[in-house]
Write a protein that binds this ligand. Structure first.
Ligand code: GSH
Length: 237
C-alpha cells in the first residue's frame, strides 16, 4: 500500500475528476511520477479544510492543492518548476491566481447557477452520493455555492458581465501561452497543470458554458489542451 493517499472528487467524461483543484494535483502527480493511491471521495467534507483535494501521508492529513504540491516537491525532492527564472515564477503565480481566484468562479457560476446544468451536476459532481442523501444535500449545496459566489463577488455580476470577465481571462491565457509548446517554453511545468485543470473542466465536459466557444476561439489554447492530454493523460485520448 502506498504511503501517500490522495483524495479527489469523482470524475466523468474521461477526466479523472471534475474538480479543477483535484485535477491539478492529479496532473502534478502524473507529471512527477510520485507513487500514490488515488481515492475518489463522495464529498469534500472529510478533508481537513472541508475542501477537495486532500492527502494523507504518514498519519497526517493535508488540504489545499497548492500546499500539497509544495509539500510533495520538498518531501520527494521533485520539482517540475526548477527550470523557471524568478520572473517566470512570478508569472506562474499570476497565472495560477487568475485561474483559481477568478476564472474558477466563472466555471462555478456556469455549473451551479445555470438551470440547464443542474441535472448534469447532480449526476456527476454529486453523483456518488447515495440518491436519498443527495435529494436532501443537493439543494443545500446549491444554496451554499450561491453564497460563496456572492461572497467572492462573481455571483453579483450579470451573466453578460461574467462572460466578459471570462473572455478577458481566456484571451490573456492565450496571449501568455503564445506559440508554446508550454506556458514556459519547451518544458512542461505546474502552471500548465493549473491551466489544464480548469480549461479541461470547461472544454471536455458536458456542462453548458459560453466559455467553451471562447476557448475554441483560440487555436493555440485548444492545441495546447490536446498536447497536455497527450503528454500527461495519453490513455484518455
Ligand atoms: N484552495 C483550495 C480550493 C479547493 C476547492 O475549492 N475545492 C472545491 C472543489 S473544486 C471544494 O471542495 N468545494 C467544496 C466547498 O467549497 O464546500 C485548493 O487549492 O485545494
Amino acid at each position: 500500500m502506498s504511503a501517500l493517499k490522495v483524495y479527489h472528487l469523482p470524475g466523468a467524461w474521461g477526466l479523472v475528476t471534475v474538480s479543477p483543484f483535484c485535477l491539478k494535483l492529479d496532473s502534478f502527480l502524473r507529471m512527477t511520477g510520485i507513487e500514490h493511491q488515488s481515492i475518489t471521495a463522495t464529498t469534500p467534507f472529510p478533508g481537513p479544510k472541508k475542501k477537495a483535494p486532500w492527502i494523507e501521508y504518514k498519519g497526517q492529513a493535508l488540504g489545499d492543492s497548492t500546499m500539497i504540491i509544495d509539500f510533495l516537491k520538498s518531501e520527494y525532492g521533485i520539482d517540475p518548476d526548477a527550470h523557471l527564472s524568478d520572473a517566470e515564477r512570478g508569472t506562474a503565480l499570476a497565472i495560477q491566481r487568475l485561474i483559481e481566484e477568478n476564472l474558477y468562479w466563472a466555471m462555478v457560476y456556469d455549473r451551479w447557477q445555470r438551470d440547464e446544468n443542474w441535472p448534469i451536476l447532480k449526476g456527476t459532481v454529486l453523483g456518488s452520493i447515495p440518491a436519498p442523501v443527495r435529494m436532501v444535500l443537493a439543494p443545500l449545496a446549491r444554496r451554499g455555492v450561491t453564497k460563496q459566489l456572492a461572497g467572492h463577488g462573481m455571483g453579483l455580476h450579470s451573466p453578460a458581465e461574467i462572460e466578459a470577465i471570462a473572455a478577458k481571462d481566456i484571451g490573456a491565457l492565450a496571449g501568455l501561452l503564445g506559440n508554446g509548446p508550454w506556458f514556459f517554453g519547451s518544458q512542461i511545468s505546474t502552471a500548465d497543470a493549473a491551466v489544464y485543470s480548469l480549461l479541461a473542466n470547461i472544454a471536455f465536459v458536458q456542462f453548458n458554458s459560453p466559455m467553451k466557444a471562447m476557448i475554441e476561439g483560440h487555436s493555440g489554447l485548444t492545441d495546447w489542451l490536446h498536447r497536455f492530454r497527450q503528454e500527461v493523460y495519453p490513455e484518455h485520448i
